[in-house]
Write a protein that binds this ligand. Structure first.
Ligand code: 5GP
Length: 125
């Protein structure tokens, strides 16, 4: 079920639990600002989720409430993950779902990083 991205942060959400190490994940990268791990239901040969370490529900929440250091750190981490996975070239796609119409299901900001094949054009369905 898509979430209401205006709700307060829920410390019990699944990505908060992955961050705390309570639930396993196939981690690919971690630094002071971000954690990256493989999506449990991949939709491309490479499908990695990159999340900030701070308590932010969505891109909207993060952009308005995070510090400059957190924003810079997260953006750099996403690019580093893609580079480390060997996706620059051939190229990749970033996607952040926000709220109901965006189809966001987990209420902790995450960027989907897709790659490993030609991804076609933009939005389907
Ligand atoms: P959203 O729709 O919120 O943008 O995407 C949530 C993503 O999280 C989905 O692609 C889903 O497969 C992934 N996901 C949900 N639960 C887990 C989990 O427990 N572990 C991992 N690695 N991914 C998850």
């Amino acid at each position: 079920m898509p979430i209401d991205a205006t709700l307060p942060y829920d410390d019990g959400n699944i990505f908060a639990r992955i961050l705390r190490g309570e639930i396993p994940a196939r981690r690919v990268y971690e630094d002071d600002f971000a954690l990256a791990f493989h999506d449990i239901a991949p939709q491309a040969p490479v499908h990695v989720l990159v999340i900030p370490k701070g308590r932010y529900v969505s891109w909207d929440d993060f952009a308005s409430a995070a510090s400059e250091a957190e924003i810079a750190g997260f953006v750099r981490a996403v690019a580093t993950v893609a580079r480390d996975l060997g996706l620059v070239p051939p190229g990749y796609r970033l996607l952040a779902n926000v709220g109901g119409d965006g189809g966001q299901e987990v209420p902790h900001l995450h960027v989907h990083l897709f790659g490993g094949r030609s991804l076609g054009r933009m939005v389907a369905g």
